[in-house]
Design a protein around this ligand. Structure first.
Ligand code: PGA
Length: 254
């Protein structure tokens, strides 16, 4: 953490809680966050729950995010949802390039960059996910892989002037219970910040870089304690209000 950057905790609900449970969970989180004033909190439910959760969060400090968007604003793209539609539902954030999208839906660095810039066009703030697979780490390719993923979104990061967020999520740590060591995390986060700094030192100072991958209440403080970690993107633990709030509390006291 660095005093220049406010911690951010984002909950990625993935394909869970698309119905009535979404409002209950959002209400529990909003009630808990009311007493936390030094951390930003974002909830990213499935598309079907966005409008209902937006209504639930109205008047609370918790912001709404989506999990994906199409790079075009409108058109004949059956089954897709655009940035302007998400904004109309009350979303302010959108996750882009999650590893499940990259690996299960074939999203390339170029498509991720197009989606991130479409998010800005719709006045949404992207949370751009990057991260290496286990094979890439084992072969010693972590830094070049992540550098290439970041390279694709540098123009978007510059355009967002420190408002967009990067999330480093090693693929092998997502949903596995194996989170990266603080040394592994700090090494990649420092490289990402250095890469942004080559564009602008000011931009690097203000851009928040989250860690994601098996973040839980009991490891959050240690991970967020790394100098270049500014919060967390939380999957599994975001489905439990008590766990998620404990992570948010850890972020504001770290
Ligand atoms: P996890 O997921 O916390 O369940 O590992 C993180 C993510 O996919 O963003």
């Amino acid at each position: 953490m660095n005093a220049q950057r406010r911690p951010l905790i984002a909950g990625n609900w993935k394909m869970f809680n698309g119905g009535p449970r979404a409002c209950d969970l959002a209400a529990e989180v909003a009630a808990g966050v009311a007493s936390l004033d030094r951390v930003d909190v974002v909830l990213c439910p499935p598309f079907t729950a966005l409008a209902a959760v937006a209504a639930e969060l109205d008047g609370h400090r918790v912001e709404l995010g989506a999990q994906n968007l199409h790079p075009r604003a409108s058109g004949a793209f059956t089954g897709e949802v655009s940035g302007p539609m998400l904004a109309e539902c009350g979303a302010r954030w959108v996750i882009v390039g999650h590893s499940e999208r990259r690996h299960q839906f074939g999203e390339t660095d170029e498509l991720v960059a197009a989606k991130a810039s479409a998010a800005l066009d719709a006045r949404l703030l992207p949370i751009v996910c990057v991260g290496e697979t286990l094979a890439e780490r084992t072969e010693g390719h972590t830094l070049p892989v992540v550098r290439h993923q970041i390279e694709a979104v540098l123009p978007m990061l510059e355009r967002a002037r420190g408002q967009a967020v990067v999330a480093y999520e090693p693929v092998w740590a997502i949903g596995t219970g194996h989170n990266a060591t603080t040394e592994q995390v700090q090494e990649v986060h420092a490289m990402i910040r250095g890469q942004i700094a080559r564009l602008s030192a000011e931009l690097a100072l203000h851009t928040r870089i989250l860690y994601g991958g098996s973040v839980k209440a009991d490891n959050a403080a240690t991970l967020i304690g790394c100098p270049d970690v500014d919060g967390a993107l939380v999957g599994g633990a975001s489905l439990d209000a008590r766990q998620f709030l404990a992570i948010a509390r850890a972020a504001q006291t770290t």
